[in-house]
Design a protein around this ligand. Sequence first.
Ligand SMILES: Cc1cn([C@H]2C[C@H](O)[C@@H](COP(=O)(O)OP(=O)(O)OP(=O)(O)O)O2)c(=O)[nH]c1=O
Length: 210
Amino acid sequence: MKAGTIPGLNHPGRPRFVLASSSPRRRDLLAQIGLVPDAIDPADIDETPLKGELPGPYAGRVAAEKAAKVAPRHPGSVILAADTVVGVGRRILPKTEEPAEAQACLELMSGRRHKVFGGVCLIGADGRTWTRTVTTVVAFRTLGAEEIEAYVRSGEWKGKAGGYAIQGLASLFVREVIGSYPNIVGLPLAEVGGLLRAAGIDPLGLKADS
Ligand SMILES: Cc1cn([C@H]2C[C@H](O)[C@@H](COP(=O)(O)OP(=O)(O)OP(=O)(O)O)O2)c(=O)[nH]c1=O
């Protein structure tokens, strides 16, 4: 094997792999483990939380619904879908679209911990389905009003769960991360690697689990 190449993920004969996501972060995270999807087919579903739904179950449910929506369009393919949800206590924070929403999220998270729930759903070529939710705890330091204003002006929060993106300027706010870092960005890679292997797309070129 050539130095620096990743052996297993794109091996000939592996099942066709479809990423059911429009997120460039998810594409980048998969590229980090050497996996280039054969197709990208985002799922357009209603992401409204159910009445009283908690953030963890919500992340898993939405990921499963995204995968189930896309799977019939790709028979015989492996489908991966995900959903990233930020929760403070029992509350689900929005994917922020307006500056005032982002400001409210940052004020809420300032000086305290929140949880990022990464729901992932993988459907195998034979229709077997795995759904997992991975939790990462993130502690923000106390943020000044001017810092929050400056961050809101940056626009980096647009379309991001909880109104921030840890891979950018918001890294300045993070005092501590407990758990998977890539889960915050969009995919819990350790978990995803295990599921891919079970579905016959074997990271590191190991034999797939049966
Ligand atoms: C908390 C946080 C979220 N995010 C992003 C990841 C997700 O793209 C987004 C949450 O929205 P999602 O609904 O999980 O994903 P999406 O709408 O971007 O893409 P798709 O539904 O097609 O898969 O927030 C970051 O990029 N960095 C962060 O630190």
